[in-house]
Design a protein around this ligand. Sequence first.
Ligand SMILES: Nc1ncnc2c1ncn2[C@@H]1O[C@H](COP(=O)(O)OP(=O)(O)OP(=O)(O)O)[C@@H](O)[C@H]1O
Ligand SMILES: O=C(O)c1ccc[n+]([C@@H]2O[C@H](COP(=O)([O-])O)[C@@H](O)[C@H]2O)c1
Length: 199
Amino acid sequence: MRIGLFGGTFDPPHVGHLMVAQIAREMAQLDRVVFIPAAIPPHKQHQDITDVESRLAMVAMAVKPFSSFEVSPIECQREGPSYTVDTVLAYRKLYPFAELFLILGADMFENFPTWKDAQEIAKEVTLLVAPRPYQDVDQAISKGQMTLSASQIIFLEMPALDISSSWLRERLVAGLRVDPLLPDGVWNWIVQQGVYQQS
Ligand SMILES: Nc1ncnc2c1ncn2[C@@H]1O[C@H](COP(=O)(O)OP(=O)(O)OP(=O)(O)O)[C@@H](O)[C@H]1O
Ligand SMILES: O=C(O)c1ccc[n+]([C@@H]2O[C@H](COP(=O)([O-])O)[C@@H](O)[C@H]2O)c1
């Protein structure tokens, strides 16, 4: 079994996330891609982040049409910062013989060496790195303080998609439409729940 783990804040999930997951699935022949919303993303200011139940609900809606995609609440059930090493080791325990992959954008790849127990993570997974605009991956590699062999990294072949949750949030808070860039159902849910309405 080949499992892709795709962690993120997903505040909100967008079509960029779905396309990255699709290309990862194709290029690494993944049987499953597991989207894992971080309860407390270690490198983000978490007081500004939408509650994890709402993000989990949005991701569940986003993956629904895709039979190989699923969402896991594993990081929502843990106390404290959502460290990827804990998630990877939990999956290793659940699936001792699976090939594990970690999907991440080039921005995250750049600071991967600073993650908690990055070496431990790198022992367990192959990294699937998606391009992001303005992010030079070669430079990211040379900046890294840890050595990853070429066989530990697969660069996803796709155009860099200039879509981010933060830009979508800015528009949502301003009351502007973003539905063309949201997965099916997510826009209606956001409007119904008033998730990004300014208080
Ligand atoms: N458009 C995109 N192209 C490639 N990778 C992406 C894209 N958007 C997000 N990712 C990757 O998906 C993972 C989860 O990202 P996250 O949920 O933080 O979305 P984001 O759009 O980067 O959010 P924000 O703008 O709030 O930082 C990260 O590894 C990130 O690099
Ligand atoms: O484990 C870490 O030290 C670590 C540090 C920074 C980010 N991450 C993970 O990287 C993923 C993307 O993070 P973010 O902040 O872009 O949503 C998410 O799953 C985070 O938990 C993990």
